[in-house]
Design a protein around this ligand. Sequence first.
Ligand SMILES: Nc1ncnc2c1ncn2[C@@H]1O[C@H](COP(=O)(O)OP(=O)(O)O)[C@@H](O)[C@H]1O
Ligand SMILES: [Mg+2]
Length: 150
Amino acid sequence: MGLRNKVKLEFLSRPENVALARVTVATVAAEVDFNLSDIEEIKVAVSEAVSNAVIHGYEEQTNGIITLTVKLYTDRLEIIIEDAGKGIEDLNRALQPGSGSDPERMGLGFVFMKSFMDEVDVWTEVGKGTRVKLVKSLPGVCKIQNCVRN
Ligand SMILES: Nc1ncnc2c1ncn2[C@@H]1O[C@H](COP(=O)(O)OP(=O)(O)O)[C@@H](O)[C@H]1O
Ligand SMILES: [Mg+2]
């Protein structure tokens, strides 16, 4: 369906840039009548995906490239977060709660993404990188997977 707006941003894998990604997405999302809790949920999902690229994809090296693409369509908001980091060996396992390798972390990033967004798709290749697509249908639209909006 019709593309209303598109923003593409490339930034280094510095933890400070998580906030930049979050604000960018929230600014585009605010063009349509998402309510405040939708916007908060979208921001959390984006933060989790970008943090994963920084922490896991690039293992906290700050010279990796992360690309954020935000597309606002007439029926949905699509967000793509890409890194060219180490990739995920066992994706099915990574998507489950508590799968993280680091005992300090809860392993809930993908769980939050899946619960806050209507669609979450992940492509990954070991040694090549990871791409996460997050989709939320616009208020009043309910056409895609897991949509509970009315
Ligand atoms: N962009 C990424 N690059 C490499 N590995 C990733 C990436 N995103 C997630 N992972 C892997 O998936 C696991 C689960 O991610 P997540 O649910 O966010 O939990 P957490 O980040 O707390 O470990 C991570 O521990 C990591 O092993
Ligand atoms: Mg995480």
